[in-house]
Design a protein around this ligand. Structure first.
Ligand SMILES: [Zn+2]
Length: 339
């Protein structure tokens, strides 16, 4: 048990040659990575999620993904101490049960932790994907040195993770951090969660593309269409951002619309949590200043002055590896706790 005692990266006491298997269990792909105790990825392997084929094939893909990463790592199998799994949805990190996941149709109350622990012969821990990303940023990304922050992923949906006093806050039933489903307009568009006007119905890439399609179908001229292969069905957040960078009037207006709602949500988070930092990640955050600067300004106009004057904004440091690295960081943290 000696090697679990030196796990404090912030103090530079990092055990060498010990590893964690991080798994990002997504709706389209399952990415596994062998990650060392400093957050460096040693190897990784990706499998498709056969979401339409049912539970068995999905579990097989999960195991194939794990085996692929382990096989290519070139390390003794016993140097892997545990697995951490990040998945969207509600889970019980204590018992390792994934209750439901919006990305994994048919999964209900799955004892995922136990299944992976049996397969691997090591402990396995599961965590919400937003929480994993937040923990990854806390230990290895742009949240290092901060004790209170909110991680916001702006992607097809809007998700997040809450770090309070250095701990990922998961709530009473493991549901905390669903910031994308705070109500912004109670009469707004219908969300997948069943509610109306959730933040992600305004601030996500999906929402931006939806508004762009609507405006184009209404007859607005725009280069967005050219960036979408002249097919209104293929209009995406990416094509809106590309057109905005060229100065397209409609694209700029739509980005302004997204930024407005992004800023409204930031203001809510700032007033509720008074964080020292908000970290943004996810595909649409790569639009960068064109989207984020106006959002910060709107947050500044709406949030309490005292709270806004003490918050800073950063982009995520881990990029698309935030799931696997965050899951690994969570597993490492849990091992340390259970000592
Ligand atoms: Zn919702």
């Amino acid at each position: 048990l000696f090697h679990f005692q030196n796990l404090e990266p912030e103090r530079g006491l990092v055990q060498k040659n010990r590893y964690i298997l991080g798994v990002d269990l997504g709706g389209t792909k399952i990415l596994s990575a062998v990650v060392d105790y400093e957050g460096t990825i040693i190897s990784q392997h990706e499998e498709k999620t056969p979401a339409s084929e049912g539970f068995g094939p999905m579990v097989q893909s999960l195991f194939d993904s794990m085996a692929g990463a382990l096989d290519s790592a070139g390390i003794p199998p016993d140097s892997v101490d545990a697995a951490g799994v990040a998945a969207a949805g509600a889970s019980d990190p204590e018992r390792g049960i994934l209750f439901t996941s919006p990305n994994l149709p048919g999964w209900k109350d799955v004892p995922l932790g136990e299944m992976i622990a049996e397969r691997l012969g090591k402990k396995a821990f599961i965590i919400n994907d937003g929480g994993a990303a937040a923990i990854g940023e806390y230990y290895f990304g742009n949240g290092r040195g901060f004790r209170n922050f909110i991680y916001v992923t702006i992607s097809t949906g809007v998700g997040g993770g809450i770090i309070i006093d250095g701990v990922n806050y998961t709530g009473t039933a493991g549901v905390a951090g669903e910031i994308g489903h705070m109500t912004i307009d109670d009469d707004g568009p219908l969300c997948n969660c069943g509610n109306r006007g959730c933040w992600e119905m305004f601030a996500s890439g999906t929402a931006l593309a939806r508004e762009a399609r609507k405006r184009i179908l209404e007859g607005m001229a725009s280069s967005i269409l050219r960036h979408s292969g002249n097919d209104v069905g293929r209009v995406s957040a990416r094509s809106v951002v590309a057109a905005a960078r060229e100065g397209d009037a409609l694209a700029l207006e739509l980005i302004g619309w997204s930024a407005h709602y992004l800023g409204v949500g930031f203001a809510n988070l700032i007033n509720i949590f008074n964080p020292e930092l908000i970290i943004t990640g996810g595909g649409l955050s790569n639009a960068g200043d064109i989207l984020l600067q106006p959002a910060y300004e709107i947050a500044g106009r709406r949030a309490f002055k005292r709270a806004f004057s003490t918050v800073s904004f950063r982009r995520a440091g881990l990029g698309k590896n935030s799931g696997v690295v965050g899951a690994a960081a969570f597993a490492r943290e849990q091992l340390k706790k259970k000592m």
